[in-house]
Design a protein around this ligand. Sequence first.
Ligand code: AMP
Ligand code: ZN
Length: 135
Amino acid sequence: MDPCIFCRIAQGMEPSYPVFENKHVLAFLDNNPFTQGHTLVIPKRHYINMFDIDEEALEEVVSVVHLLVKRYEKIIGMSGVDILNLSGVDGQQTVYHFHIHIIPRFPADNLVSWIKSIPRVESDLKSTQKKLMSD
Ligand code: AMP
Ligand code: ZN
């Protein structure tokens, strides 16, 4: 099977704009940015998404997300940041190699929030809590 697009980027087989690399993790610019500096952080090893990735690999990725957020705060003066992962078909994932988006936010950047809340029903919250805490 052909390697996926992000495996190809991690292996240097596909052009990208890398901004950080260590032994296990690569970060590069999203080629369809939501805002200036929109970055994708990936494990170099192929994991499909949040359902698939193991804890150690996830920790390595999250640690780089944190490092870059601190760095970007200084360098580009972003006043906010959105950290995003889309997993699975209904999560609207489009590239099936685990990645975390770092989306720098700026005053009046006009990036709309696409997530809307459902009506709040107290009894639903209670039954959902019960369900989610059972093994
Ligand atoms: P998602 O919907 O979370 O799976 O997002 C995939 C992201 O990957 C999108 O924001 C795309 O713009 C981005 N993307 C896809 N192909 C490339 C590429 N070759 N280089 C950089 N970013 C890419
Ligand atoms: Zn891959």
